[in-house]
Design a protein around this ligand. Structure first.
Ligand code: ZN
Length: 276
């Protein structure tokens, strides 16, 4: 049921680029926007070896990410130019497969990490890139800074033939989704699920089941997906975040997120288990 965990299975991560490569993909970013190029079918295409002169011309910093089969994969921070269009990663949603999305998301996060760790966060000295590890290093206070990831939970709360879906103030009109939130320091994932559900909609849950995860590079979340069974309490909204939350019958759901999102997989998986 879950497509995403398999997306990277043939990818071997690395930081040292091979001397020669027969094939290459370059995921080019200017700030947090990807260079958009689409083939005749409208599918996203990363730059390849035939584009290398252009990449070299625009490149500010090139990061080797690893090998996908015999294809060397690079994240490249580039200068914006007039001839190419750039857009947020969401511009390629629905226009590529999960592998390319995973690669592009990885590339964006590596570029963003490098751009935002030029100086030590502790003493302010210039940081230097490690050659054998994805880390920036401060020689003065010996601190390493690795790409930042923010674990967060996303949970479908269920109660037999009903599921609890909510919308926040930023959602498109009529769209409802599962509940989500960031893990706090000192918390177990299970505690995060219970706390977020209680905070956002006021109900208690139990019998958690972990279903899978999805990297979500906006900017650096790792979403851990759960089902949780309703235990007790009435819906009470956290006003500043949640605009509405309701129990929906599983055969009469509102507009829900598209298939790219783990929230959708969590919902679809529950419907499937209920025989729908
Ligand atoms: Zn320092």
């Amino acid at each position: 049921m879950f497509a995403w965990p398999e997306a990277n299975k043939d990818f071997v991560s690395g930081v040292l680029a091979p001397g020669q490569c027969g094939h290459a993909w370059f995921f080019a970013f200017a700030d947090n926007e990807i260079l958009l190029r689409f083939d005749a079918n409208g599918d996203f295409q990363p730059m390849d070896l035939t584009d290398e002169p252009l990449i070299e011309k625009l490149s500010k910093k090139k990061h080797f990410m690893g090998m996908y089969g015999d294809t060397a994969c690079f994240a490249v921070e580039v200068q914006r130019d007039e001839e190419h269009q750039f857009g947020g990663l969401r511009s390629i949603f629905g226009k590529t497969d999960n592998l390319m999305l995973a690669m592009a998301g990885r590339a964006q996060q590596i570029c963003e990490w490098y751009r935002s760790h030029q100086f030590c966060g502790k003493c302010g000295a210039k940081a230097v890139e490690q050659s054998n590890d994805r880390a920036m290093y401060c020689q003065r206070c010996e601190m390493y800074s690795y790409p930042r990831l923010s674990p967060s939970i996303i949970v479908l709360v269920h109660r037999g033939e009903k599921v609890l879906l909510a919308r926040n103030h930023r959602f498109p009109e009529g769209m409802y989704s599962t509940l989500a939130g960031f893990v706090e320091p000192g918390e177990s994932i299970e505690e995060t699920v219970a706390r977020e559900v209680k905070e956002e909609v006021g109900v208690k849950v139990h019998n958690l089941e972990y279903l899978g995860s999805q990297p979500w590079p906006f900017p650096n979340s790792l979403m851990l997906g759960f089902h949780a069974e309703y235990e007790s309490g009435d819906i009470r909204l956290q006003d500043d975040e949640i605009a509405d939350a309701r129990w929906f019958p599983i055969d009469d759901l509102p507009t829900i997120p598209g298939e790219i999102a783990i929230s959708r997989w969590l919902i679809d998986d529950y419907l499937h288990r209920q025989g729908l």
